[in-house]
Design a protein around this ligand. Structure first.
Ligand SMILES: [Zn+2]
Length: 85
């Protein structure tokens, strides 16, 4: 069961890349939007800026090989945590 959703694109993760305390980012890269956790998603503002840029550039997957065949961009974006929308 997913426990964490990307602040930029809403992709679900089994484990938070921000650590159990939500304060310790591991600086890994989101498979979908390519955000570096702990960097561009540090504040709601920086997160929104990164998302706008990602969407403007066609919302492509950072790792296209793991993109689901039936990917639903709008549905995934609805999973973005409220604070970062
Ligand atoms: Zn993402």
């Amino acid at each position: 069961m997913p426990v964490w959703y990307c602040r930029v694109c809403g992709l679900d993760y089994d484990e938070s890349p921000w650590g159990p305390d939500n304060q310790s980012p591991d600086y890994s890269i989101c498979h979908c939007c390519g955000v570096e956790f702990g960097y561009e998603d540090y504040t709601p503002d920086s997160t929104r800026r990164y998302r706008a840029e990602w969407l403007a550039n066609g919302a492509s997957w950072f790792y296209p090989k793991v993109k689901p065949a039936n990917w639903q961009q709008a549905a995934q974006l609805r999973q973005v945590p409220e604070l970062y929308r």
